[in-house]
Design a protein around this ligand. Sequence first.
Ligand code: C2E
Ligand code: CA
Ligand code: CA
Length: 322
Amino acid sequence: GITIYPHDAATAEQLVKNAENVMQLAKTQGGNRYQFYVANVDQKIRQTKVLEKQLASAVDDNQLELAFQPQVNLVTGDVSGVEALVRWRHPERGLISPTEFIPLAERTGAIVAIGEWVLKASCNALSRWHEQGFTHLTISVNISANQLHQSDIVHTVRSLLEETRVPPQFLVLELTETAIMNNVDLAIRLLRQIKQLGVQLAIDDFGTGYSSLAYLKKMPMDEIKIDRSFVQDMLEDPDNGTIVDAIIQLGHSLNLSVIAEGTETLDQIRYLQECECDVAQGYYYSQPIPEDALLTLLTQQRGQIRNATQRAAQASHTLLNK
Ligand code: C2E
Ligand code: CA
Ligand code: CA
C-alpha cells in the first residue's frame, strides 16, 4: 500500500492508515500487487461494501417499494398497463434508485430475493386492481440477466400465478436484449418455458444491445419496447426518427406490439401515432407513482388522458391529410 506525503495526508498516523487501507484493497484484488492511495476510490469501495451488506436484508426489513408508471394505448387513449419499478427506501440515505442498487444485487446474488419480492408485490397489486374493476390492466415486471439464470424463474412465476390467481396473460416480463444474449440458447429455452405458463414477454431497451434479428424471430416475444435514447430526440435527429419508425414496422411485421419508452412531449406522441406505434410510456403521461396515486389517476384522470391522446390523434390525422 503506497501513500504520498504531503499530497495524501499531513500526519504520520493518517499516512499509515491510508497505506494500510490500500494494502487491504490490493489484497482483495488478488494480492501480489501494489496499490497507490486514491481517496475517492477507497471511499467508494467502502461505501459499496456497506450498501451490499445492507441490501442483503432489505427485503426482510421491508425497505423495498414499487412505483408504477402507466402505459397508454395510442389509439384508444386508455391506460392499458403499468410498469412496476422498484425503489429502496434506505433508513439513512432515503430513496435509492434501481440503477444504483440492482447492479450490486446482481453481483451479490441478492437479486434473486429482490426479484421474487418484486414479482410477488406486482402480482398482488394487479389482483387488487382487477378486483376494483380495472380488469383490462396488465403489469410489466423487469427481470435482470442474473435473475433469469440464477433463480428458478419458471418455478417462481408458476407458483406466484397459482398463489395470487392473476390470469397469466396480464403479467408481462421485460428482459433486455443483453440479458438474453448473455447465454442465448439457455435463455430461449427458459423463455419458452415461461411462455408456456401463459405470461407475456417483452424485449426492453430495444435497439441498444446487439439485437440479432435471427434470434428475435426464434424468441417467443409479444412486445418490443423502443429504448428512450431513440425516442427522446427522434424529432430533432432525423436518423433516430427513422430508426423509431423502422422498429415499429419491424415489430408489426413480426406480429409484436410496440411500446415507446420515455415519451415526454405531445409532439413525440403525435409522431408515434403517425408511425402507428401501439403504446407509449413516459413523463408526458405520468412519472412512476405510488399505488394510491395510480388509482386516483385511473379513476379520475382516465378521461383526461384519453382526451389528450385523441386530440393528438386528431391533430396528426389533420397533419397527414394536408
Ligand atoms: P427501465 O426498465 O428502462 O425503466 C424505465 C426507466 O425510465 C425508469 O427509471 C423510469 O422512471 C424512467 N422513465 C420513464 N419515463 C421517462 C421519461 O419520460 N423520461 C425519462 N428521462 N425517464 C423516464 P427507474 O425507475 O430509475 O429504473 C431504472 C432501471 O432500473 C429500469 O430501467 C430497469 O432496468 C431497472 N429496474 C427497475 N425496477 C427493477 C426491478 O424490479 N427489477 C430489475 N431487475 N430491474 C429494475
Ligand atoms: Ca423496463
Ligand atoms: Ca427500458
